[in-house]
Design a protein around this ligand. Structure first.
Ligand code: NAG
Ligand code: NAG
Ligand code: NAG
Ligand code: NAG
Length: 801
């Protein structure tokens, strides 16, 4: 007794606490016979400091995960789990049994998971402050520890010793074993490998430390460095360092579900930094492996970073994003790595019904599926490659690069789009209105068999039953017939008729304080942004100035007219902000920029691509003039306002803005909408402004597309060539059109079309608006459906005034 009194009082209190019957709940230690039951409040045992907890976490509605997590932060980030492949139902129990076994059982007592250990000397378990859960003997020897059985994460003080491995989880929200692993191989190499999902075996490595014979263990040390060390402790490969101390930051290194090994930090206290706020989330260090997950996985089997038939792009945050090419959709939009399926009936290989006219090619630049080749040709043109794929029923995609053509088969694997790929992917898809015969016949057969079945049932039953069956049959057939066209339609009809309203703060955040400027004009500046709420989808945010002072209602009316438009050759408006003096429009982002940089920049598009762009622009304008519910005159058609999407499709931007700006569509004395050179003459004269002003601008644009040069160029040898419109008309008149496309072999080989397109352009730039064709007629002439007559001299009208 006397000796006990020598100890200070707090220590005695601690001892008393430890001896108290609920010792099982004492932070840190878990005594034999303790248990936790999976229920609503996510029960757990915490470590002494409270930093970590071991217990149940409910995962969606799927069940409970027995796990260890960071317990002092908002996001209870899981660092280890026992049953990711087999979630436990509510009422399941984890117990440290009297004889020292750690077991998870479902409510019926069936075992779900168990800590495998050989010894029966377990005296207690403890959740340590390092995040390690241990089963220990009376003399504190660890007989089992979670650090020795890691899932996808390692924590500071943890070493991953040969032949240890981490297996990524399947997705952000699914803790079951996924598609990648991080292994210290018995030969000493540290590798990242794809797994032969769902099996446990691995495919080839997509990253390696190249340390065969010397590597021994991955160390995550107390000061936050992660490295591969040799047996004697020397560092062979630094993975990440200079992370900041483990005193100030929670840290974890994880092989994530996307196949990238990253090291994350989370400040322990929000008061560490006096200057500014710390992010309230995990932030990754800038060093991670591999450096480019989209491009680094290249192996014979498996789909690559994304699923089959999809392609991968690396986001600004270096994360992989998976996409389907046009004509394909995700098999499961909630699980994109399952890949993409074709939305159309593949081409028939039946020689009696060659379907060569039923397919079209869409181009996707800088894209490749490097491992799906079955034929390779040298020294060919892009057009040859396109035709070769169209004519071959096995060909799904052809890649054309530097005169070489590769034909690719389904399923396409390891797809990626990045600027270093070069070349162009030619994707074969069925034309929108060409439905294949077999599928039609198929569905009719199905209809008929339903009826036959019902008929035979009707013949053999009572009248009342017959009535019920008839009703049911009617409902089924009715539903079937109504359901089917909807499904077919759903990929043609684009979403976006509903415009989203953004707050200024949201857009300020999305653009990082309006930081990255994409371009500016007389009435707006455009910034690049990423929407937090939409998976960081990239957007173009257009801030308008010089707005006409007008009521909210008018602004909304104009916007809804723009929002109701829906055409593949228009840039889609996604939403707007109308707050105080701010008038901002949010558009889909076109990463390849405008036609101006494309046409007049370094890599000029080829003749075929240019013709597609010209036709697309014409179709978009035709739609604005005649096909959408409110007629829209663009008033500012020029190459800067035509954007190019991933498929090299022309997309008209900035339409419908004329009424929102200072000058309205009826010309005023104060200013002229439109851009010099593309502006129709009636703007300067006392004449009404009609859709024909756009036709004029289109004519100039068409000439620029044909010749790949600007309408006005001061630096030319012959001053007759300074203004393209004049020069092209002179060349046409003198039958010397080859001059305007000199140096363009593909166009020279297609002189008939060059001539027709120049003639169309000359019609469009007639001084007399009434002589200019409508955009409908322009489209028909370009498609060859209507004959193009010899145009008069464009300026004859002016001289007659
Ligand atoms: C847990 O129990 C062991 C053995 O009884 C003891 O040595 C250790 O100090 C205890 N730890 C805590 C945090 O109570
Ligand atoms: C430790 O091992 C590595 C690789 O096996 C070797 O290159 C290095 O020289 C060794 N260093 C010492 C100090 O033994
Ligand atoms: C952790 O590793 C780094 C890099 O080698 C080293 O500078 C640091 O001293 C190590 N920290 C500890 C606590 O061993
Ligand atoms: C299919 O569409 C093309 C143009 O895209 C058109 O020329 C053709 O007439 C259409 N065919 C049918 C059957 O509608």
């Amino acid at each position: 007794m006397a000796s006990a009194l020598q100890y200070p009082l707090p220590f005695l209190l601690l001892i008393l606490l430890l001896l108290y019957p609920t010792a099982a709940q004492t932070p840190g230690n878990i005594s034999l016979g303790s248990s936790l039951t999976a229920q609503r409040n996510d029960p757990y045992w915490a470590s002494l400091s409270g930093d970590f907890a071991f217990g149940f976490q409910q995962i969606g509605q799927g069940g409970y995960l027995l796990a260890i997590w960071f317990n002092k932060i908002q996001e209870k980030t899981v660092v280890w789990s026992a049953n990711g492949d087999n979630l436990a139902p509510r009422g399941s129990k984890v117990e440290l049994t009297i004889n020292g076994q750690l077991v998870l059982c479902d409510p019926t007592g069936k075992e779900i998971w168990k800590a495998h250990l050989d010894s029966s000397r377990v005296a207690y378990a403890a959740m340590l402050d390092s995040g390690n859960l241990v089963l220990a003997s009376t003399d504190t020897v660890y007989l089992w520890q979670s650090f020795d059985n890691p899932t996808d994460t390692i924590l500071p003080t943890k070493t991953l010793r040969q032949p240890g491995k981490l297996v990524s989880r399947y997705s952000k929200t699914s803790y079951s074993n996924g598609r990648f692993q991080f292994t210290v191989k018995p030969d000493g190499n540290l590798v990242l490998e794809t797994r032969a999902f769902p099996m446990d075996s691995s495919n080839e490595a997509y990253w390696s430390s190249k340390t065969v014979g010397s590597g021994f263990q991955v160390v995550f040390n107390q000061s936050g460095s992660v490295y591969l060390a040799a047996r004697n402790g020397s560092i062979l490969k630094m993975i990440s360092s200079d992370a900041g101390s483990t005193e100030d930051f929670y840290q974890r290194a994880i092989l994530e579900y996307d196949g990238v090994f990253r090291h994350y930090l989370y400040p322990k206290s929000t008061t560490i930094s006096r200057s500014g706020r710390w992010p309230e989330a995990w932030s990754p260090l800038s060093s991670f492996i591999p450096s480019n997950i989209c491009g680094d996985i290249t192996q014979g089997t498996g789909s690559g970073a994304c699923g089959f038939n999809s392609y991968c792009t690396l986001g600004n945050d270096q994360r992989p994003n998976c996409h389907c090419p046009e004509g394909y959709t995700f098999i499961d939009p909630d699980d994109v790595v399952k890949g993409c399926k074709q939305n159309f009936q593949p081409q028939s290989c039946d020689e009696a019904f060659p379907e060569t006219d039923s397919f079209d090619i869409r181009s996707l630049i800088n894209t490749d599926w490097p491992l799906s080749d079955y034929e390779h040709f040298l020294e060919q043109t892009e057009d040859w490659c396109r035709q070769a794929c169209l004519a071959d029923c096995f060909c799904a995609v052809a890649i054309f690069r530097n005169g070489e053509c590769w034909k690719k088969k389904i399923p396409l694997s390891n797809g990626r789009m990045e600027s270093t790929v070069g070349g162009i992917a030619l994707i074969k898809i069925r034309k929108e209105n060409s439905t294949s015969k077999p599928s039609d016949a198929d569905s009719k057969d199905k209809d008929r068999s339903t009826l036959i079945l019902l008929g035979s049932v009707l013949l053999s039953s009572s009248v009342f039953l017959n009535f019920l069956l008839l009703l049911a049959a009617f409902l089924i057939v009715f539903r079937f017939n109504h359901w089917k066209p909807k499904v077919l339609q759903s990929y043609e009809v684009m979403p976006g008729v509903n415009l989203r309203s953004f707050t200024y703060e949201e857009l300020n955040k999305a653009t990082n304080g309006f930081k990255e400027e994409l371009g500016n004009g007389s009435f707006a500046t455009v910034y690049k942004g990423a929407l937090e709420s939409d998976n960081r989808e990239l957007v173009a945010v257009k801030k308008l100035y010089n707005m006409v002072r007008q009521g909210d209602q008018e602004f909304k009316t104009e916007l809804s007219a723009i929002g109701r438009t829906n055409h593949r050759n228009l840039v889609q408006l996604l939403g707007f902000c109308n707050e105080g003096e701010h008038r901002i429009l949010v558009y889909e982002f076109m990463r390849h920029g405008s036609l101006a940089s494309f046409l007049f920049g370094g890599s000029r598009p080829n003749w075929y691509q240019r013709m597609q762009i010209a036709l697309g622009t014409a179709r978009g304008l035709f739609y604005l003039h005649e096909e959408c519910s409110t007629q829209i005159i663009h008033c500012d058609i020029k190459p800067q306002n035509i954007l190019v999407d991933d498929y090299l499709t022309a997309r008209i931007s900035d339409f419908g803005l004329a009424k929102l700006l200072k000058t309205d569509q009826t010309r005023t004395a104060t200013g002229i909408r439109g851009t010099k050179g593309y502006v129709a003459p009636e703007w300067f004269r006392n004449m009404p402004v009609t859709v024909k002003v756009d036709v004029y601008s289109f004519g100039i644009l068409l000439l620029e597309i044909i010749c790949c040069r600007k309408n006005f160029e001061a630096e030319v040898q012959d001053e007759n060539e300074m203004i393209l419109a004049d020069w092209a008309y002179d060349c046409y008149k003198d039958r010397k059109l080859d001059l305007v496309v000199a140096n363009d072999k593909e166009a020279m080989d297609d002189m008939k079309r060059v001539e027709i397109y120049v003639m169309i352009a000359v019609w469009c730039i007639q001084e007399d608006p009434s002589l200019r064709p409508t955009m409908k007629k322009v489209v028909q002439m370009m498609e060859g459906a209507v004959e193009v007559l010899v145009p008069p001299d464009p300026s004859s009208f002016m001289s007659s005034i």
